[in-house]
Design a protein around this ligand. Structure first.
Ligand code: NAP
Length: 314
């Protein structure tokens, strides 16, 4: 019995080391093999993966469980040789809730406290105060998504005094948070927003959801934070909305192509702040332990957490 490990971006092999240690602790008899050194492929029944290369699944005919090293499984589900019957489990929370909450809180603070305007004034060497700076209690934050990470972000923001609403497929109950559900309620969700945050999974339903139509539903001057996937946002529509002032500023952590090509207009845009997909990394020990626990559950005949419904795509 063996597990194949592959991560497309495990700099220094740190995550693999942590994962191997977690497996050694929880399942000492399970052999971990790093792709492409798979040994006898017939012995491999588990795979733990981030952005697997083409051909990996074809080489592993006896897989019984696939574990994603990430919260989002959009790329994994697109793998052409993905076996149709093998269940997939994603990372739920995995130590990401705290860094994601900090990141979004930072972005909301930046917009609410008008740091972009002060930065521009500084560049003009202008000592300019804004007496009308809005209070947190008057700054409406809307989160697309109400899942594991969005609900953690919503909690952080409500504790900080922001009115928060979420949008999801099913109605939610979360203290201090207003829940909107389904496409019919999206227009009402957009009303009076000051900051829009995207924390949806990328699926065929949510692809390109942040487009001109959505931007035009928002009050003029809404700020945007995208920490989900680059494909949620139509880049050209965002640039048009920024130029017209419909969107006042954007904090972007994710892009359609990563790394972002050097000639992309986002790089030098005055009102875009960018980070290289670091909002909530999964390299920590918590994620490694959690995935190892999923493998241990599978080995014990239990259902691991984080089952992915291939029909909904998340
Ligand atoms: P999750 O727990 O699966 O939550 C997904 C949420 O989106 C749920 O509330 C779900 O609604 C809602 N949703 C899905 N499809 C929808 C639709 N068609 N209409 C309305 N709502 C819809 O996911 P998560 O763990 O919070 O992660 C969210 C995403 O964050 C991941 O998929 C990943 O892309 C991204 N992420 C980014 C980073 C980063 O570093 N930038 C790190 C981690 C994750 P229901 O609750 O009704 O099902």
């Amino acid at each position: 019995m063996a597990l194949v490990f592959y991560s497309h971006s495990d700099e220094g092999g740190l995550f693999e080391k942590r994962f191997r240690a977690a497996i050694a602790e929880q399942l000492p008899d399970l052999e971990v093999r790093t792709w492409p050194e798979i040994g006898d492929a017939s012995e491999v029944i588990y795979a733990a993966l981030w952005l697997p290369p083409e051909g990996l699944f074809k080489a592993l005919p006896n897989l019984t469980h696939i574990f994603a090293l990430s919260a989002g499984v959009d790329r994994l589900l697109q793998a052409r040789d993905l076996p149709s019957e093998v269940p997939i489990y994603r990372l739920e929370e995995g130590g990401m809730a705290a860094p994601m909450s900090q990141y979004v809180h930072y972005g909301v603070l930046h917009a609410q406290r008008q740091m972009g305007l002060y930065k521009e004034a500084q560049q003009r060497q202008q000592w300019k105060r804004d007496a009308a700076e809005p209070a947190a209690g008057d700054w409406e934050v809307g989160i697309l998504g109400a899942g594991v990470l969005a609900s953690a972000v919503a909690e952080t923001l409500t504790v900080a005094g922001y009115p928060v609403r979420t949008w999801s497929r099913s109605r939610k109950q979360q203290a201090g948070v207003t829940s909107f559900a389904g496409w019919d309620e999206l227009p009402a969700f957009c009303e009076n927003l000051n900051t829009l945050v995207c924390l949806l999974p990328l699926t065929s339903d949510t692809d390109s959801i942040m487009n001109a139509e959505l931007f035009n539903r928002l009050p003029k001057g809404t700020s945007l934070i995208n920490v989900a996937r680059g494909e949620h946002c139509v880049d050209e529509d965002l640039l048009t909305a920024l130029d017209s002032g419909q969107i006042s500023s954007a904090l972007l952590d994710v892009f359609r192509q990563e790394p972002l090509p050097s000639d992309h207009p986002f790089w030098l845009h005055e009102r875009i702040m960018m980070t290289p997909h670091i909002a909530a990394p999964t390299a920590g020990g918590i994620a490694a332990k959690q995935i190892a626990k999923g493998v241990a559950d599978a080995a014990a005949g239990l259902q691991p957490a984080g089952f992915v419904d291939r029909k909904t795509g998340y």
